[in-house]
Design a protein around this ligand. Structure first.
Ligand SMILES: CC(=O)SCCNC(=O)CCNC(=O)[C@H](O)C(C)(C)COP(=O)(O)OP(=O)(O)OC[C@H]1O[C@@H](n2cnc3c(N)ncnc32)[C@H](O)[C@@H]1OP(=O)(O)O
Ligand SMILES: O=C([O-])CC(=O)C(=O)O
Length: 376
């Protein structure tokens, strides 16, 4: 293979961004300059969303306005519900979410009437619309699969995370659970030029619209090498079953050349900056639900992986069991990632639009030499 080829674009710098900084040397992650751990501890997900979109944390008045706007946009249009209802119950929730976002785009009259969709204000407004409606979409997807009866209406007296859990489970859990969920949303919100965000930027670079960018990003996130890993982690933990089986299971899996879900990262090679914070939330949930067996299994696989391969967990490793303990179906873990990452994706869409260049790399042709079509 030619030395010019950077397979998987590994190590290639393709643009600048002011949205987040991933620093593998210091295992740190900054959103607009703020350490993500501090944001998770001090701010709500709504404040983090505002920060990612506007570049600064909101004042009290700005936050109040933002929250009002988010709460006013939570309801799901009948057409979106009908579109979801037309899908088989076997459809994966990621496919449901991708379809729902696509339908929201098709319902947006501006897209059919003029080209103002490449405008920042248009994009910001639609980003808020998607952010506010995603909890209803995810809740609808899980409740429908469970045949849990009617959708639960949003409550505008609740913040984003409490309302999200209320819509999925029909009740607001204890504060420790809401806080752990809110932390996961903040940690998942943004991570520079990861595969799904890059997908969104590629789509935007053609001057397509924000719904198309998000629909494509959802498709990229679904794969188990990216966001789909949080779902896959739970399948792995279920397959292992208990801590005492972790080492033997891992040896067998590695002998079969399986990739161990929730471990490894393209950028971090010494551990993911977000894992300690999410792990602390997982431990809180383990104590709350009295599930010491879960953290024992978690640690057993983590230690075995470190001993065998020296590969550390990524964010999907603690978030998978955390979502499980909260009561989510395994198949909606990646849709939860979508609900958080809508903030980062759309911030990148706006940044791409502000200094756009069509993204179109080159390739080295390695097919047959020129030849003649029979009869030509
Ligand atoms: C929030 C997120 O999206 S984080 C990522 C979530 N994805 C996962 O958890 C899936 C499992 N992990 C992986 O597949 C990889 O670590 C990736 C895709 C995340 C990163 O991959 P890359 O940067 O391309 O690393 P690459 O695949 O080249 O791995 C380097 C070496 O480590 C090994 N390795 C990396 N991750 C793993 C893993 N999870 N299990 C087993 N071996 C692994 C590779 O087999 C390779 O070994 P080799 O040199 O002997 O061939
Ligand atoms: O950065 C990446 O490649 C994947 C990741 O951790 C994320 O998107 O959160």
């Amino acid at each position: 293979m030619s030395d010019d080829i950077k397979k998987g674009l590994a190590g290639v710098i393709v643009d600048e961004t002011a949205i987040s900084k991933v620093n593998p040397e210091t295992n740190s992650l900054l959103y607009r300059g703020y350490p993500v751990q501090q944001l998770a501890a001090q701010c709500t997900f709504e404040e983090v969303a505002y920060l990612l979109w506007h570049g600064e944390l909101p004042t009290d008045d700005q936050l109040a306005e933002f929250e009002d706007h988010e709460r006013a946009n939570r309801h799901l249009d009948r057409v979106v519900k009908d579109a979801i209802d037309a899908l088989p119950l076997t459809a994966h929730p990621m496919d449901v979410v991708r379809t729902a976002i696509s339908v929201l785009g098709a319902l947006d009259e501006t897209l059919s009437s003029d080209r103002t969709w490449i405008d920042r204000d248009f994009t910001l407004q639609r980003s808020m619309r998607m952010l506010a409606k995603l909890p209803a979409i995810v809740a609808y997807a899980q409740r429908r699969r469970r045949r849990d009866g009617n959708p639960v209406e949003p409550r505008d007296d609740l913040g984003y995370s409490a309302n999200f859990l209320h819509m999925v489970f029909g009740e607001v859990p204890e504060k420790v659970v809401v806080d752990a969920f809110d932390t996961s949303m903040t940690l998942y919100a943004e991570h520079s030029f990861n595969a799904s965000t890059f997908t969104a930027r590629v789509i935007t670079s053609t001057l397509s619209d924000v719904y198309s960018a998000v629909t494509g990003a959802i498709g990229a996130l679904k794969g188990p090498l990216h966001g789909g890993a949080n779902e896959a982690v739970m399948h792995v933990l279920a397959e292992i079953g208990s801590a005492d089986r972790a080492e033997a299971w891992l040896d067998q899996a590695l002998a079969e050349k399986r990739k161990i879900m929730g471990f490894g990262h393209r950028v971090y090679k010494n551990g993911d900056s977000r894992v300690p914070t999410m792990r602390a939330s997982l431990e809180t949930l383990v104590a709350h639900y009295d599930r010491a067996d879960m953290i024992e299994l978690y640690e057993a696989l983590e230690q075995a992986m470190d001993a065998r391969k020296g590969i550390k967990p990524n964010l999907d490793y603690p978030s998978g069991p955390a979502y499980h303990l909260m009561g989510f179906d395994t198949e909606v873990f990646t849709p939860l990632f979508v609900a958080a990452r809508i903030t980062g994706w759309t911030a990148h869409v706006m940044e791409q639009l502000s200094a756009n260049a069509l993204i179109r790399p080159l390739s080295v042709y390695n097919g047959p030499d020129e030849r003649r079509v029979p009869g030509a």
